[in-house]
Design a protein around this ligand. Structure first.
Ligand code: 13P
Length: 251
């Protein structure tokens, strides 16, 4: 199973800045990425086309979207559909990122519809899950993860595969705070996610990649990747600079 080294640029960068970062990243990564690593950069939708064009010559690297609407087309002002993303050369999309759950009000059920629609349309999906600090303090980590996975995957139990579905465990309290989860917390959460995946998706749950996200930096990546059931990382802030994301990819 290749480690998936994913960047999430969130709502940062002009098109020119995104193109420059992508070019810098290629200059640092070409010929350096080992066969057991796969790189993904999730950009704002404004620059998906030009960044996909840059990565199209690089089999080690793909481009992803941070969002889409689960319909083929229609009167959904401001939204973008999977077909439009695919036509730009975008092959992956995030679903259920905590910022979309908590700032944009996306529910578990809406995430479930997006996972199913995205997979059916031919996108590869990363479903993000993770607890808030209040939920952790209340001892509800497993309850939250189980609910987000059970509901989020409810329509794809028969057609998800390890090639097309990944999970990102991103504890909300570790996102953008510099407070990375400790090894015991990551191991416990990833083991729980793995067990849940194995029961929800008997045909592929053991192989679906589980990424860790939340204050991943060049100096903590190797230790995080060495933990059981950590099959990649999803990186926010430290992915915005080609130099630091390249160090993470190569860690
Ligand atoms: P940071 O790496 O900035 O903590 O963000 C994590 C994240 O939200 C990735 O999706």
């Amino acid at each position: 199973m290749k480690k998936l080294m994913a960047a999430n640029w969130k709502m940062y960068k002009s098109v020119d800045q995104g193109v420059t970062t992508a070019q810098e990243l290629c200059a640092l990564l070409d010929g350096q990425v080992s066969d057991d690593r796969e790189v993904l950069v999730c950009t704002p939708c404004t620059m998906l086309g030009p960044v996909a064009e840059i990565f199209s010559q690089r089999p080690y690297c793909a481009v992803g979207a941070q969002n889409f609407y689960p319909a083929a087309q229609g009167a959904f002002t401001g939204e973008i559909c999977p077909e439009q993303l695919l036509s730009l050369g975008c092959s992956w999309a995030l679903v259920g990122h905590s910022e979309r759950r908590h700032i944009l009000g996306e529910t578990d059920e809406f995430c479930a519809r997006k996972v199913a629609f995205g997979l059916d349309a031919g996108l590869k999906i990363i479903l993000c899950v993770g607890e808030t600090i209040e939920e952790r303090r209340a001892g509800q980590v497993e309850q939250v993860l189980e609910r987000q996975l059970m509901v989020g995957l409810r329509y794809v139990v028969h057609n998800a595969t390890a090639a097309t579905l990944s999970i990102a465990y991103e504890p909300v309290w570790a996102i953008g705070t510099g407070e990375v989860a400790g090894p015991d917390e990551i191991c416990a959460a990833h083991t729980f996610v793995r067990t849940t995946l194995c029961s929800l998706l008997p045909s592929c749950g053991a192989e679906v990649r589980i990424l860790y996200g939340g204050s991943v930096k060049p100096d903590n990546t190797a230790a995080i990747l060495s933990l059981d059931n950590v099959n990649g990382v999803l990186v926010g802030g430290a992915s915005l600079h080609a130099g630091s994301f390249a160090q993470i990819v190569l860690a």
